[in-house]
Design a protein around this ligand. Structure first.
Ligand code: AMP
Length: 281
């Protein structure tokens, strides 16, 4: 496994790999790798000749009051995990390498964005789309792997790839969970013991909600209220949102129809957790 820090070197390597006929599978990450990331890497290994991951905590996608500085980082541990998982290259640029000067163009996401996390994290998905545009051009992957844990991100990236005819196949991978159902996340380390013990309630309440809809409940406001009440009763978290939309278009529904997402975001003392289930009726 090779760690590459320069854009030029990464781009040259990608060109060479492609010239030799390799298909490149790419997993973008912000590091502090866990089993969720490793599952994406395994999927990438199955269907490609070379696997590249990037580790880059992208300042453009963090708001002024968010956890950019506090975001957990441990490159040595990440290198070991990535190496053991069979990664071929880690692209690990510094912020100054990615953004040496203020950009003269930025991607502005216009659909699938004013809901869920996009509503409270203004500019977040613009930052995600902008950095991915750069990363896709640097790594030139055939396939890119994203987790459905961040289902809105998958929807936004799907739009980006289609809008700009980016020759990358998007592969969405189901959420990897702890045994008790909590979605794996780099931010889980910031939960207190008490918060960690009740955090699985988020997924449980989503599961119950999906079951209610599959059992025939048509009133989506009622289902959302039940989730809100359960999270209030059983955790100390502050609910940012509980929403049900069509997926991947993320438009409001009067009643259950087709492919849908139920998603929530809950703030604990030092970590804001998100989770969702996509399902069809
Ligand atoms: P992050 O490092 O948090 O930006 O995540 C990098 C990629 O891993 C994103 O596509 C995430 O959706 C994905 N990911 C994060 N957590 C999980 C999880 N628990 N299961 C599956 N994919 C995940």
């Amino acid at each position: 496994m090779q760690v590459i820090r320069s854009i030029k070197e990464m781009q040259q390597m990608a060109k060479e790999l492609r010239r030799e006929g390799n298909r490149i599978g790419y997993v973008p990450t912000m590091g502090f790798l866990h089993e969720g990331h490793l599952t994406l890497i395994n999927e990438a290994k199955k269907n490609n000749d070379k696997v590249v991951i990037s580790i880059f905590v992208n300042p453009l996608q963090f708001g002024p009051n968010e956890d950019f500085d506090a975001y957990p980082r441990d490159i040595e541990r990440d290198e070991t995990l990535a190496n053991n998982a069979g990664v071929d290259f880690i692209f690990y640029p510094e912020v100054g390498e990615m953004y040496p000067v203020d950009l003269s163009t930025k991607i502005n996401v216009t659909k699938r964005v004013n809901v869920l996390c996009g509503k409270s994290r203004e500019g977040h998905f613009d930052g995600v789309a902008t950095v991915l545009m750069k990363l896709f051009n640097i790594i030139m992957p055939d396939r890119a792997y994203f987790g459905l844990k961040d289902a809105q991100q998958v929807a936004v990236v799907d739009g980006l790839i289609n809008d700009y005819n980016i020759p990358v196949e998007l592969v969405a991978v189901v959420t990897v969970r702890e045994e008790d159902g909590l979605a794996k996340s780099s931010r889980n380390v910031y939960l207190t013991e008490q918060e960690r013990s009740v955090a699985p309630e988020l997924y449980r309440s989503l599961q119950k909600a999906v079951q209610r809809i599959l059992d025939g409940e048509k009133n989506l406001d009622q289902v959302k209220t039940e989730v809100i009440n359960a999270v209030h009763e059983k955790t100390s978290g502050i609910i940012d949102y509980v929403e049900i939309y069509s997926y991947p278009d993320l438009v409001e529904l009067n009643e259950p129809n087709g492919k849908m997402i139920i998603a929530l975001a809950v703030k604990f003392s030092k970590a804001r957790l998100i989770d969702n289930i996509t399902f069809s009726i």
